[in-house]
Design a protein around this ligand. Structure first.
Ligand SMILES: [Zn+2]
Ligand SMILES: [Zn+2]
Length: 263
């Protein structure tokens, strides 16, 4: 069953399911090694979902957030469970690639950026592609060659907070990667890989094995989740099973909801 869209602040948000499955053996680890100190509910295996999102504003303009795993020969093929299905997911919601007005790539990991350029050709031919400067500056040469340079003049580099369209804004959220960014519309934040697994909602201090700067990632995650909770907002995640998660505010006087299991 395809995920349902929601409308936030006049913008319709469509979850696009690019793939579902475990990581490949080259980088797969049991969950307690992936998220040290987290509570994983007994299962050691992580079945990831890979979500991209299409945003459509009241004027019909579209923003694609992340471009997924890409085709069979993508750089993600060494570890992603299956090739990405973004193209058919976009068709399902009635959008042709050339109709996309802007693409936001939360970060340059191969499961988020590999659907932007296929066979050396930009897929979203009429879209500007928004990156944080810190992400481009930190990118490996092969990533620049595969993703960034083929986009040519479609690349829009921003520094920190910037409006992609009126009411659709990116924020620099470093830690998972140096130039990771999230997208906010109304009280919804599309969190990319600031949050990877639900155990990090129970305790945002739980680090992730593949964060480039785990301490900075924790600081970013704590700050972002507290901000969303305070606004009674919602997050749209890349790798949870369900695309949207409502974050109730913590009651400072009441019992803290924790994932701790006492023996
Ligand atoms: Zn990532
Ligand atoms: Zn990811």
């Amino acid at each position: 069953m395809p995920h349902q869209s929601i409308t936030v602040a006049g913008v319709e948000v469509f979850p696009l399911c690019d793939a579902v499955g475990p990581m490949g053996a080259s980088i797969r680890r049991p969950l307690p090694e992936m998220f040290p100190g987290g509570c994983h509910g007994g299962s050691d295996e992580w079945i990831l979902h890979f979500h991209c999102y299409l945003l459509r504003d009241a004027a019909g303009r579209t923003v694609l957030v992340d471009t997924g795993i890409g085709p069979e020969d993508s750089p993600a093929a060494s570890w992603a469970p299956v090739p990405g299905a973004l193209g058919s997911e976009l068709a399902r919601v009635g959008v042709r690639p050339e109709e996309v007005d802007a693409v936001v790539i939360t970060h340059l990991h191969s499961d988020h950026a590999s659907g932007a350029v296929i066979g050396g050709v930009p897929v979203f031919a009429n879209a500007r592609h928004v990156f944080q400067r810190a992400e481009v500056d930190a990118a490996a040469e092969e990533v620049l060659a595969q993703v960034v340079r083929p986009l040519g003049e479609r690349v829009q580099v921003v520094d920190g907070q910037a409006d992609v369209l009126p009411g659709i804004r990116v924020f620099h959220t470093p830690g998972h990667t140096p130039g990771h960014q999230v997208v906010q519309v109304g009280e919804l934040v599309l969190t990319g890989d600031v949050v990877l697994h639900p155990t990090q909602l129970a305790d945002p201090r739980v680090t992730y094995l593949y964060d480039s700067d785990p301490e900075l990632a924790v600081a970013t995650r704590v700050e972002l989740l507290e901000r969303v909770r305070a606004a009674r907002g919602m997050i749209a995640t890349a790798h949870f099973a369900e695309p949207f998660t409502v974050l109730p505010p913590r009651d400072p006087g009441g019992p803290r909801v924790t994932s701790t299991v006492s023996a």
